[in-house]
Design a protein. Structure first.
Length: 94
């Protein structure tokens, strides 16, 4: 009787295991994954200006006032150029 009970409970466990594995098949779900792709940015930046405060120009300046004028002009030109470059970088960042 014990052998019969053990055999029948073993069969029941086996049948339940098979039934659990043979559940209805799941339909595959489609999941869309968005991945950012880097895009090359090549902004239109004009040519580098002719800087007025080069070493050569400062050496040729006749006096201190002329040198300071060249330095101030170079600084203003650099500020404008930096503004142009920043705008190009911001356009690339988008």
């Amino acid at each position: 009787m014990v052998a019969h009970l053990a055999r029948s409970s073993g069969c029941a466990i086996l049948l339940l295991t098979i039934a659990a594995c043979a559940a209805r098949p799941q339909t595959p779900s489609i999941q869309r994954v968005l991945t950012p792709v880097p895009v090359a940015c090549d902004p239109e930046i004009g040519p580098e200006p002719a800087w007025p405060d080069t070493d050569e120009a400062l050496r040729r300046a006749p006096d201190l006032f002329s040198r300071v004028q060249l330095l101030v002009a170079g600084r203003l030109l650099r500020i404008a150029r930096e503004r142009e470059l920043r705008a190009a970088v911001e356009a690339c960042r988008g």
